[in-house]
Design a protein around this ligand. Sequence first.
Ligand SMILES: NC(=O)c1ccc[n+]([C@@H]2O[C@H](COP(=O)([O-])OP(=O)(O)OC[C@H]3O[C@@H](n4cnc5c(N)ncnc54)[C@H](OP(=O)(O)O)[C@@H]3O)[C@@H](O)[C@H]2O)c1
Length: 403
Amino acid sequence: MSAARNLQKALRPLARQVASPAVQRRTFVAAAGAVRAAAVSRAAAPVAKQQTRGVKTIDFAGHKEDVYERADWPVEKLQDYFKNDTLALIGYGSQGHGQGLNLRDNGINVIIGVRKDGKSWKDAIQDGWVPGKNLFEVDEAISKGTIIMNLLSDAAQSETWPHIKPQITKGKTLYFSHGFSPVFKDLTKVEVPTDVDVILCAPKGSGRTVRSLFKEGRGINSSFAVYQDVTGKAKEKAIAMGVAIGSGYLYETTFEKEVYSDLYGERGCLMGGIHGMFLAQYEVLRERGHSPSEAFNETVEEATQSLYPLIGAYGMDWMFDACSTTARRGAIDWTPKFKDALKPVFNNLYDSVKDGSETKRSLEYNSQPDYREKYEKELEEIRNLEIWRAGKAVRALRPENTK
Ligand SMILES: NC(=O)c1ccc[n+]([C@@H]2O[C@H](COP(=O)([O-])OP(=O)(O)OC[C@H]3O[C@@H](n4cnc5c(N)ncnc54)[C@H](OP(=O)(O)O)[C@@H]3O)[C@@H](O)[C@H]2O)c1
């Protein structure tokens, strides 16, 4: 699509800003503003407003929802709220790392529980957790904890539950970052004890981003939910936990809706669907005689470096408006054709999530002792696809990679 090429040049500073995790939002918006002025004059872009702090009811396209935010929970209030608690964070993968370090920096009494001498044990020591002080084996951490944060892999949550369940005694709180285990209890066998609060806070992103956004002073968007409220305080506790682990804004949901939307989204537009669409477009271009670089640039590079950041910053209509009339005409005409072709696939996917098929597949696969090696083999196959080899060569030409 030639229409966006001039724009692409003008957008490079924006792309660089998006790529840099250290950039503050203010800088991003300013950069986007400069790009906007240079690239297009016709569209008046929405002004990014600084939100006033406090719990607020927001109108999301005609649906009013309460949104909770960390400004209502200054760090002193958080520390006071959790002053009698020990948070036992079990598992130190991506989320354990991000949530654990943020809790520690917030001055909350948090300890880690992982398998001795496993990868996570070593990672935790690297991050400054000290064996016998705030790093323990799983059982010991649970015995010391009042709030048990189950951040094992979803497959491991199911596998270890018969051993862990008896330790979640009355008075403790059980916390998850995914609705997976309790919602699909027929498959996972995670039947929660009936006498404890069961809450969820699910950051909308990788644990690495949970940490980096916290360090930037921003905070990730998260959803929170209550599965079981025996104390009458479970909702408040879930919100406080959400802020303590580093969330900026918290959206209320249910365990069911969280797990359905999450499994659906990652298989769809977030990861699986987008990869399928990239492959289909690339293969047709190659079969019709286009070179790998042309097919890659037209499929992935322009999308990720030029157009998708505009959708993220200002929305789809603004991105369309920033492109030529020729490009816009085609995009508007072809949208319903793609939507009609893909909607049945998305409906199949949602059914497969809701009826537990995706959970079953995930549990079976991820419980195999050699699942890591098997994934690595699949990732190696993806890495070696022509599209991604071409991509590597294209990325190598970026100024930051040619120094
Ligand atoms: N990653 C994300 O982007 C993300 C986002 C939102 C929510 N979540 C949710 O957060 C939770 C944690 O996910 P994650 O990605 O951080 O973790 P993960 O990488 O999937 O899990 C790793 C942890 O599980 C432990 N583990 C695995 N098998 C075990 C076993 N049999 N016994 C004891 N420990 C075992 C590992 O310990 P070893 O090192 O000892 O093997 C490691 O500490 C999940 O419910 C997930 O759905 C994840």
